[in-house]
Ligand binder design. Structure first.
Ligand code: UDP
Length: 318
């Protein structure tokens, strides 16, 4: 049985990944609970394949048990959370955290998979975005702590590979949603669903014409694991996401239409600075290498996510 270390294991993707792997892998979950939640992983406490280490990956990490794989998922990923007072912490997590995980990978001869992001493309001028596109990032804007941090982390992976022959994999994850998102996460799908379920105003930023492409979490797990277990020469970066693109206004209307009993209405708020106007992954590389493409539609994924939040918010259905 392989031993897999997951940083950010108590976060949205991390928790789902532990559910996916726990029966077939020894899991070492690392989290500091700054954006992840202990509630997410409590169900694993006592499981024979599960170990938890409370640790901030900004600090070096020593592990005695032999590790085979590291999924480096630790980092706040929601714009309202990673900016402002958390900006320095975000950059440190991206950069120092990446160095510490690459060092750990070297010591164990483990493979490290870095969860990079569509944010490396910034406000993209090329559409859809291919891995070869260098992006359009504002280097000192409010998102740059995350965007530049993630870009530096990719660079660090390749530096370690060229100097130490570290086994690296980089995936660029586009907007993903589903179970175990935090109610207060601040990202659009959790915000819109929770607002609608609680009869609160649905906060549309800007005129809602900006677009995103949303991938349901279960389909993302499948490709994450495939990339991790791929041949050593496959390093990425590889885009992973669902290419179906929607405007944020369409998303708000879709969620409202799914919950007709709600009294929520759309209200317009200012568009945050540097908010990308469009985003759609070109996933031809993932298709070619892994025969992978998402099939779950936004509507189907939203139904599952709404059911999750209904339970979490204790919404009584009439
Ligand atoms: N957004 C919105 N209302 C919200 C939260 C987000 O209109 O309550 C918009 C946001 O401005 C952006 C899009 O939805 O254009 C996606 O935002 P999110 O924070 O989910 O992720 P991003 O792709 O921007 O990192």
């Amino acid at each position: 049985m392989k031993t897999v270390l997951i940083t950010g294991g108590a976060g949205f993707i991390g928790t789902n990944l532990i559910h996916y792997l726990i029966d077939t892998h020894k899991i070492i979950c690392v989290d500091n609970f700054i954006s992840g939640s202990e509630e997410n992983i409590q169900c694993f406490y006592g499981h024979q394949n599960f170990t938890f280490i409370k640790h901030n990956i900004i600090e070096p990490l020593e592990i005695e048990t032999k590790i085979d794989q590291i999924y480096n998922l630790a980092c706040p990923a929601s714009p309202p959370f990673y900016q402002g007072k958390n900006a320095l912490f975000t950059t440190k997590t991206c950069i120092l955290g990446m160095i510490n995980m690459l060092e750990l990978a070297n010591k164990h001869n483990a493979t490290v998979l870095q969860a990079s992001t569509s944010e490396v493309y910034g406000d993209p001028l090329e559409h859809p975005q291919k891995e070869t596109y260098f992006g359009n990032v504002n280097p000192n804007g409010i998102r740059s702590c995350y965007d530049e941090g993630k870009r530096a982390a990719e660079s660090l992976c390749f530096t370690y590979k060229s100097i130490f022959n570290t086994k690296i994999k980089i995936v660029r994850i586009f907007n993903t949603y589903g179970e175990y998102m935090d109610i207060d996460d601040g990202r659009v799908i959790s915000n819109f669903i929770c607002q609608t379920l609680q009869n609160k105003d649905v906060t549309l930023y800007g005129d809602g014409s900006q677009t995103r492409s949303f991938c349901y979490i279960q389909e993302l797990l499948d490709i994450l694991v495939k990339v991790m277990n791929s041949e050593e020469e496959i390093t990425g970066p590889i885009n992973i996401g669902n290419p179906s693109e929607f405007s944020i206004k369409e998303l708000a209307e879709t969620i409202l239409a799914k919950l007709p009993q709600s009294s929520s209405k759309i209200i317009y708020k200012p568009l945050p600075k540097d908010d990308p106007t469009q985003r759609q992954p070109d996933i031809s590389l993932a298709k070619k290498l892994f025969h992978w493409e998402p099939h779950i539609t936004l509507s189907e994924g939203l139904d599952k996510t709404i059911a999750y939040f209904e339970k979490k918010l204790n919404v009584i259905k009439v």
